[in-house]
Design a protein around this ligand. Sequence first.
Ligand SMILES: CC(C)(COP(=O)(O)OP(=O)(O)OC[C@H]1O[C@@H](n2cnc3c(N)ncnc32)[C@H](O)[C@@H]1OP(=O)(O)O)[C@@H](O)C(=O)NCCC(=O)NCCS
Length: 188
Amino acid sequence: MRNAIKATATTLLRLPSEEDAKELFAVVDANRSHLREWLPWLDLQTTVETSQGFIRACLERERTMGAFTGLIWHQGELSGVAGFNSIDRMNRSGQIGYWLARATEGRGVMTACCRALIDYGFDAKHGLDLHRITIGVAPENHKSRAIPERLGFREEGRIRDAEWLYDHFVDHVLYGLLRSEWQPAEPG
Ligand SMILES: CC(C)(COP(=O)(O)OP(=O)(O)OC[C@H]1O[C@@H](n2cnc3c(N)ncnc32)[C@H](O)[C@@H]1OP(=O)(O)O)[C@@H](O)C(=O)NCCC(=O)NCCS
């Protein structure tokens, strides 16, 4: 079990604990309209208890599948969430999902977090030993699409009506990366 993954000198992905629920809810609540444009779960996150439920689900996914999801601590502030939403053990494939508080956008924080998650995902010795990592993004979510594109993912296709966003479906552009295509970070 991995408790934390360092993304940069100032950015840490840390497995949540139930004590983080209050702070997590405050960040979600302050970023509601920003996040609601592309994420489907905002109307379910209405109280600190619902954030606690999310944290429990993350810990359970990590315990049962090794699917690490971390709170993003950037310069000591809780700034978002990134991790493996799902892992298909049989086929050694994992799907990454993420969001960032508006105030932390535009600094490369999420790209660095994804780079660290990918290193962890493909690492056969200390990580998840995955063969393939995917990211699914709505076609018009340009900021999000830029992340897999920056990291060398290949656009593999389009999943029709992949996600229900409150009152309409959006397609997903599916980005995929194979271990053989990834250059891991230098250790240290
Ligand atoms: C998607 C989301 C995480 C992207 O955030 P982001 O800040 O654009 O992504 P990054 O943290 O990687 O930062 C990239 C930006 O920082 C800039 N940047 C600065 N230093 C950088 C560095 N060292 N490396 C990479 N980018 C850097 C980039 O140029 C880019 O800015 P630009 O959009 O003006 O070109 C964010 O918009 C978000 O949370 N949106 C709402 C939820 C959402 O859509 N989630 C994803 C669903 S699929």
